[in-house]
Each structure stands twice: as C-alpha cells, then as structure tokens.
Design a binder for this molecule. Structure first.
Ligand code: UP6
Length: 260
C-alpha cells in the first residue's frame, strides 16, 4: 500500500479529529504519544507541560489519579491548547451501549467534556460503539477500537482482530482507528496506535511486551508510538521524550523512503 506523509494523508480524511491529529503530527514532526500514567494531578500537569512540545497526543488514565478534580482536566486542556496536542483518555470502554454512554458522558470524570479521543474493546459488539457515538459524535470526539494488545497471552488475535476491524469499517464516522501492534488495513484514513514501546525490546514483570520505535513504525506500519514508563520513569523525561520523538519520526521517514 502507498505510504503518505502526514499532511498529504490529512487531506484524505473527512473526520475532523483524524485530520487535526495528522496535521499536528506533520507540524510537530512527532508520532509520539505520551502515556502519562502518574497518580497525582501535580505530577501529571508538570510532566505534560514539560513533554507536551514533543508529542502529538497525551494519553491519560484519569481514574488512576488520587486527587482528581475538575481543575485537573481544565488545566490539562489548557496545556493541550498551548502545546498543540490531543488528549486521549485510555478508558477502554467494554460494556453495553447504554452503560458506556453514561460512563463516557457523565460520572465524576465526564470524559466526553475534555477528551478528543477515547477507545473501546469490541467484545460487547457494535452497541458499545453506538453508545459512545451517541455522546461523542456531536462533540467531535473520535474512538479507537482495541484490535490487538501488547501484553503476553492476550486474546485479541486472529478472528477477534479481524472482526474488530470490520466493526471499525462499519462505523467509520466515529471510529478513527485502532490500538494494535500491526497495521491492520490499507485504508489510510484509519490511524494505528501502538503501546508497548521502549528504545530496546523486552518486557516488564507483569506481561507487558516492548518493541522498538523502528520495529513498530518502519517494519509493522503503525502510525503512533505510545510510550509511558520509557519517558516518565527516565532520569530526564524531556530528554527521553526527545529521543522517542526522533526515533519515531526517523522510523516513519525510513518507511516513507522504503515505499517510494
Ligand atoms: N496499553 C498497553 N497495551 C495495550 C493497551 N494499552 O500497554 O495493549 C496502555 C497501558 C499503559 C500504556 O494501559 O497506559 O499503554 C503503556 O505503558 P508503558 O509504556 O509504561 O508500558
């Protein structure tokens, strides 16, 4: 399949979130998403303020914060505007449509009021997407489906992955792409984001498996590397972010050249 540069690819996309994301990737020369998995609001905001200039996305797990308040997400949104990145809440919705509608559109986190991107497991069937869409579509929010996972022994493989891709294709107005460890479709308007990335391959003690930026972007054809501990546990998170930004972008350029 043809490999497009980000600006060129943005023009192919009708979904406003996808277009904006690709434009940001082009402008900032970054296919790096920071997974900001820290547990206090202060750590989160400080980390994001420092690393924000190097990323196209900040991914949150808002429910791991010990001290969440509305102010946390207000300030996070201000940082997103200042540093030009999108906010992806990694809630991994996985229930019937009516339940995820409430989990996304209300509750104490009111995710739909601040997240540009969310994600869902396909396991409940298309109702999960329809429930999320009811809340998110009018707010310009996009959804990723979890078609594959990075963890050892995960069940999101084979027919499950194929069926998840079909579910995305049937809901293209709202589903903007995938969490995956491979490129799953030749459709350039779908975005692939890959977690489990470090500068050297390996694993943690709880089943996480790491691939390198070049393996993920050049060889496997994903679009975005998602990096958590590789950045926020580094001695110097800003230096680490710069390294991942460069490695990710170089890996993309290598892919572009390979297919030219
Ligand atoms: N994540 C994975 N693998 C998946 C899906 N999501 O690791 O298949 C998420 C985790 C974490 C981040 O919930 O927030 O990506 C990876 O963090 P790490 O770089 O610190 O391992």
């Amino acid at each position: 399949p043809k490999v497009y540069d980000y600006e060129e690819r943005a023009k192919l996309c009708t979904n406003s979130v996808t277009r904006r994301l690709l434009e940001i990737m082009g402008e900032k020369r970054s296919n790096l998403a920071l997974s900001a998995d820290v547990t206090t609001s202060q750590e989160l905001l400080q980390l994001v303020d420092k690393v924000g200039p190097h990323v196209c996305i900040v991914k949150t797990h808002i429910d791991i914060l010990e001290d969440f308040t509305q102010e946390t997400v207000t300030k996070l949104s201000q940082l997103a505007a200042r540093h030009n990145f999108l906010i992806f809440e990694d809630r991994k919705f996985a229930d019937i449509g009516n339940t995820v509608l409430h989990q996304f559109g209300g509750g104490m986190y009111n995710i739909s009021s601040w997240a540009h991107i969310i994600n869902a497991h396909g396991v409940p069937g298309p109702g999960v997407v329809h429930g999320l869409r009811e809340v998110g579509a009018s707010k310009g929010c996009g959804c990723l489906l979890i078609a594959e996972m990075s963890s050892a022994g995960n069940l999101a493989t084979g027919d499950y992955t194929t069926a998840t891709v079909s579910m995305a294709e049937a809901n293209k107005d709202f589903v903007i792409g995938f969490i995956s460890v491979n490129n799953l479709t030749s459709d350039p308007t779908f975005i692939h984001m890959t977690p489990g990335v470090q500068l050297t391959a390996g694993q943690d003690s709880l089943g996480q498996q790491y691939l390198t930026p070049s393996e993920v972007i050049t060889n496997r054809g994903s679009d975005i590397i998602i990096v958590g501990r590789g950045i926020y546990e580094a001695k110097d998170p800003v230096e680490a972010a710069k390294q991942f930004q460069l490695a990710g972008y170089d890996a993309f350029v290598a892919r572009l050249t390979e297919f030219m």
